[in-house]
Design a protein around this ligand. Structure first.
Ligand SMILES: Nc1ncnc2c1ncn2[C@@H]1O[C@H](COP(=O)(O)OP(=O)(O)OP(=O)(O)O)[C@@H](O)[C@H]1O
Ligand SMILES: [Mg+2]
Length: 255
């Protein structure tokens, strides 16, 4: 397993936000965490990236115990993240924001950096068009793209994404999900947190359901799309695409 979380507990003051969470992410996978507000999804990602301390349990990444490793070293080790609230540098151009992601590179790797930049621009056409615009004047959705693009510039082995579709217009939501799919297709493992459970489950290979700091379910994502409990709680009880199709096919023809 590329990433393994073993029975982690995390506290905010005296309040236990994570009450013994275990999960695994294999190389090449897209794994999604779904769950209601306050379930502990963001805290889980922050613990993986080293922004929150463990009270118990451990985090293993790429064969090593990183439970006590400081956050900046985890970035170097290959844990990439697009921070919550986006974290785009407002007074820097889009391109300089992206280049900040490559700061881990040693000098003399300009060629490789240029190639990675071109790849990010290929994924996010919008960023290519606006590379000289100030980060702070990009729209919310565009800043989300900058944040993901910047994370990719560090060439992460795993990319942690916290609600990448939040606040995006429906068209951009679709676009972000297909970009995540493409990022994964090109070889990056993804751990995705999403309120948009339907879309996340369609995209992911496997999923974990979190409730009040615990994993209550884990299964192949496709199975959870059909799980009555998951559908009632997180999918608004909607029919799955297959069922919708079946229902339409069964509908009596209009005379
Ligand atoms: N800085 C903090 N101080 C105190 N409590 C916090 C802090 N951050 C999170 N919590 C609490 O920890 C619990 C888990 O929060 P977390 O942000 O991980 O949830 P989440 O699953 O990401 O929720 P959402 O879907 O609303 O983003 C919640 O009860 C929350 O109130
Ligand atoms: Mg959250």
């Amino acid at each position: 397993m590329l990433l393994e979380i073993d029975d982690i507990r995390v506290h905010y003051g005296k309040v236990e936000a994570l009450k013994g969470i275990s999960l695994q992410v294999g190389e090449g996978e897209i794994v999604t965490l779904i769950g209601g507000n306050g379930a502990g999804k963001t805290t889980t990602l922050k613990t993986i990236s080293g922004l929150r301390k463990l009270s118990a349990g451990r985090v293993r990444f790429d064969g090593a115990d990183i439970s006590k490793m400081p956050g900046h070293k985890r970035v170097l080790a290959g844990i990439g993240q697009a921070p919550e609230g986006r974290g785009v540098f407002p007074g820097m151009t889009v391109e300089d924001n992206l280049l900040m992601g490559a700061y881990t590179r040693k000098r003399g790797q300009a060629k490789e950096t240029a190639k990675d930049l071109a790849e990010v621009y290929e994924l996010f056409e919008r960023l290519a068009q606006r590379k000289d615009q100030m980060g702070g004047t990009m729209s919310g959705g565009e800043q989300q793209m900058v944040a993901i693009g910047r994370a990719l510039m560090a060439k992460p082995k795993v990319l942690l994404l916290d609600e990448p579709s939040m606040g995006l217009a429906p068209m951009l939501v679709q676009q972000i999900f297909s970009i995540i799919e493409e990022i994964n297709r090109r070889g990056t493992t993804v751990l995705l947190v999403e309120q948009n459970a339907q879309q996340a489950l369609k995209l992911a290979h496997r999923a974990y359901v979190l409730e009040t700091g615990k994993v209550v379910k884990s299964a192949p994502a496709a199975d959870l799309l059909d799980d009555p409990e998951v559908r009632a709680a997180y999918l608004g009880g909607e029919l799955s695409a297959d069922e919708e199709e079946a229902a339409t096919a069964e509908a009596p023809e209009q005379a």
